[in-house]
Design a protein around this ligand. Structure first.
Ligand code: 4AD
Ligand code: MG
Length: 482
């Protein structure tokens, strides 16, 4: 009959008959009469040990064993049995081994056991074969699944908003331009000289743009999300976003993923409640499903990881107004300003990561919502706080230990006149946003939403230092290798 394949993660019970294990060899140890081959098939960290006693394998297997090296791909056949050795519960008592693809040890970059994460970034195509990056990939996948499950169970409609857009949602000017190769050729031609000898930009006038006007990679799906929330009630997006932020930090990527729920008939309070429920749900899910991987991260990356995640799930998130947060920071900084990279903090300061982390890690010792930010440092679409003399907007950021800002959200300005005024203040052309303004003209409703940085969530949950390990192929200034 057909020999069934078993993945290492499912190898929990001894079997009567033989099974197939398919994976990549991590180590091989040969003794006089027996060889031990550790195979990892990507389904878990531990992999599975295969024991090959020379007497009980076929002749071809004996020859194949000579080809087995770290990194080669193999199929091993034999029953799963309780292990004699102490390290693992079960092992494959092999009757057959076949090398599928060999792996020359002298050129295989992962032949050596330990590598720095910096080095692994230079071989991003092979690094998922390491424990760390494979574990990140599994946790990341479970987080994504849990995010969809949470919103689907809560009745939210999943909407895919476009990646190519004409608007700058955040108004921060961090846009990548989208162009065609044809256009690119035109714009790199020497510029035509006009009569007076000055160069003109005629050649790259926007009528030649593919879309008839300049187009960009989206920085956020929010504006499109608002249009669907204004029809379907509760929606969410979950997709790639792009920012040409020239920052070399452990928290920024040029290409990342955002989860953006948007809710009609909802205020800022509703957005904060939803964010807290969602985050607790997804973290609880990975605590339940990714125990082996999280324990690994707790051992090698952040000692306190499991306790920190348990705490997030079980305690109410703290809340503090921006004004109050500034007071706390000023008080703390006054004790020893030299300890701070940015000691100047006052109403209107855009908080730096060190400020955010102090609030989450030291002051509140877990997740904290900061709300009612000054309007001067926030995006045009956020709803003015009338109670606050117009100085603040209904915005919130969720700050968490280790990462700082994990979520940014707000209640949106639903009043046409107020929104028009706000757009004027920041020089946005109402004609370009006619469709966005239509939402305020035709059946406008109070509505709210937020954006969760998915790679920041992965960084937070895995307790790793750098967001560049949280995504398969990190894009940041100078890095888009393939
Ligand atoms: O705070 P941001 O800029 O908010 C928005 O874009 C809103 N339109 C979201 C909304 O209300 N629908 O970004 C949201 C989150 C941040 O809190 C952060 O976690 C993440 O996106 N983020 C980044 N993650 C990685 N690399 C970057 N360059 C990021 N910029 C923002
Ligand atoms: Mg933000």
């Amino acid at each position: 009959g057909i020999v069934p394949r078993v993945k290492a993660v499912d190898a929990t019970e001894p079997t009567n008959g033989p099974v197939l294990i398919k994976g990549w060899v991590r180590t091989i140890r040969k003794q006089k009469t027996v060889a031990f081959v550790e195979v990892n098939d990507g389904s878990n960290l531990a992999g599975i040990q295969c024991v090959l006693t020379f007497d009980s394998i076929d002749d071809l297997s004996k020859a194949e064993l000579d080809k087995v090296t770290t990194g080669c791909s193999v199929v091993v056949e034999g029953p799963l049995m309780e292990s004699q050795g102490g390290k693992q519960a079960l092992e494959v008592v092999a009757t057959k081994i076949r090398v599928v693809g060999d792996c020359p040890g002298d050129s295989y970059p992962l032949a050596k056991k330990r590598h720095t994460l910096e080095y692994l970034r230079t071989i991003a195509h092979l690094r998922p074969r390491t424990n760390t990056i494979a574990a990140v990939a599994r946790v990341r996948s479970h987080l994504a699944g849990a995010i969809h499950a949470f919103f689907q169970q809560s009745g939210f409609v999943y909407v895919q908003t476009p990646l190519i857009t004409a608007s700058d949602c955040e108004g921060a000017g961090e846009l990548f331009r989208v162009t065609t190769l044809e256009m690119d050729k035109v714009s790199s031609l020497p510029l035509k000289k006009s009569e007076d000898g000055k160069s003109t930009t005629d050649e790259i006038d926007s009528s030649q743009d593919f879309f008839g006007k300049p187009a960009y990679l989206t920085v956020s799906g929010q504006l499109g999300g608002e249009t669907y929330a204004s029809a379907l009630g509760d929606i969410y997006t979950f997709g790639p976003t792009f920012r040409a932020e020239n920052s070399q930090t452990t928290r920024h990527l040029a290409e990342f993923h955002m989860v953006e729920p948007e809710m009609a008939f909802a205020d800022l309070e509703a957005a904060m409640e939803n964010a807290e429920h969602m985050l607790k749900y997804v973290v609880k899910h990975v605590l339940d499903t990714c125990n082996e991987d999280l324990t690994f991260f707790g051992k090698f990356y952040e000692k306190n990881l499991l306790a920190r995640l348990e705490k997030l799930v079980s305690q109410p998130f703290a809340r503090v107004s921006y004004r109050q947060a500034i007071d706390y920071l000023q008080e703390e900084i006054a004790k020893d300003p030299s300890k701070w990279q940015f000691p100047e903090v006052e109403f209107g300061t855009d908080l730096a990561t060190e400020h955010e982390r102090w609030l989450a890690e030291t002051k509140f010792e877990s997740a904290v919502f900061v709300y009612n930010y000054p309007r001067s440092i926030k995006a045009f679409y956020m709803r003015d706080n009338d109670e606050d003399g117009g100085e603040t907007v209904n915005a919130m950021d969720l700050l968490v230990p280790g990462v700082g800002e994990l979520i940014g959200g707000s209640q949106r300005e639903e009043r046409l006149e107020t929104l028009l005024e706000k757009m004027k203040e920041v020089d946005l052309d109402p004609d370009e946003y006619w469709w966005y303004l239509d939402l305020r003209r035709f059946g406008s409703v109070p509505h709210s939403g937020y954006g969760l940085g998915f790679e920041r969530l992965v960084t937070y949950v895995c307790g790793i230092e750098n967001i560049r390990e949280a995504i398969a192929f990190p894009r940041y200034p100078g890095h888009a290798e393939f």
